[in-house]
Design a protein around this ligand. Structure first.
Ligand code: AVI
Length: 316
């Protein structure tokens, strides 16, 4: 099935079920990539700065926790690399300390991969870098072909966009590919109160709203739909008890939407919503549960000063 056929099928399945659902996976077209970059700069979106602080101020602890042998080369694989803003601090220290390694950023977006490769090559002309384009869920096996030791980075709380069962399967899939003693650095947003988490998903400037609505624009542009974007609104939810931020698109009125490529109409009741995203927040217990059936163990946990975010180093 071609990429757009999968999109078409997922939109048809998601809008035909009750409650309606569209995967946040589809947020990231060129416009979505740009909106996410802007979200990361919003004052309310504390996740980026919290993890950046760990990468800037605890770089030696991160590198120490990898337990690398300087005389041996290794591969640093970053899943869902994005713009590399945090990783550049790690790369700089590794280069300064004379570690021999190849950096392998993996991203679904060719556009992001191109940008990170340019940025890192400009910053570190001697860095060996080899980007890999693809959905990290599917290209994982191909990343472990060489027998060089590996360090895997999966930061930014990207795991949080997966349901727990999918997240556990994904961690297990990574673990199966790792050799004993290898490390996975997993960056996770921690469970905290609603007054901190909810604004991160409903910033005052409305960028997160546009990010969510962009999904409907994408369906209009790519599948010939006639969503009236102004008649849907961004609806974020979070409770500390549940620990999962959720985003919905709520229909402000009763309406019918036509999707040309499906030759099909979809009915929306007033206030009916489409569930578009989960952003799970974690604690040690939840992570332990997710890795319970894998060969991974928590070896180190690094926190930012406010205890908002954790970088866990997991060892196989
Ligand atoms: C990419 N991911 C970890 C972001 C998050 O926080 O769940 C995506 C995002 N959605 C809304 N704002 C940011």
């Amino acid at each position: 099935m071609t990429k757009n056929n999968t999109f078409l099928k997922d939109v048809n399945d998601g809008l035909s079920q009750y409650p309606k659902y569209l995967s946040s996976h589809y947020f990231y077209d060129k416009n979505g990539d740009e909106l996410f970059r802007q979200i990361m700069e919003m004052p309310e979106y504390y996740l980026t700065n919290s993890e950046l602080e760990i990468f800037k101020e605890q770089t030696d602890s991160i590198i120490g926790s990898f337990g690398l042998d300087k005389s041996q080369g290794f591969e640093l694989i970053e899943l869902g690399a994005g713009d590399g803003e945090k990783t550049q601090h790690l790369l700089k220290r590794l280069i300064d300390e004379d570690f021999k390694f190849k950096f392998i950023p993996v991203d679904i977006s060719n556009n992001s991969l191109h940008q990170i490769t340019e940025r890192m090559t400009d910053l570190f002309p001697t860095l060996e870098i080899e980007g890999k384009q693809g959905d990290y869920f599917y290209v994982l096996d191909e990343l472990f072909i060489s027998d060089k030791p590996k360090v895997i980075l999966f930061i930014g709380s990207n795991l949080g966009n997966m349901a727990d069962e999918t997240a556990a399967n994904f961690l297990n899939k990574i673990a199966i590919n790792m050799k004993p003693g290898e490390k996975l650095l997993l960056g996770l947003d921690l469970i905290k109160s609603q007054d901190i988490v909810l604004p991160a998903y409903s910033d005052a400037a409305g960028i997160t709203r546009d990010f969510n609505l962009n999904l409907l624009k994408r369906i209009n542009n790519e599948l010939g739909a006639d969503f009236d974007i102004s008649s849907f609104e961004h609806q974020p939810e979070y409770t500390e008890e549940e620990g999962i931020a959720k985003s919905f698109l709520r229909s402000k009125k009763k309406q019918t939407v036509y999707i040309k490529d499906l030759e099909k109409f979809f009915e929306f009741a007033e206030n009916e919503s489409i569930h578009t995203e989960i952003s799970r927040k974690y604690n040690d217990e939840i992570l332990q549960r997710l890795i319970a059936t894998s060969d991974l163990e928590i070896s180190t946990k690094l926190l930012d000063r406010k205890n908002y975010f954790a970088d866990y180093i997991l060892i196989k």
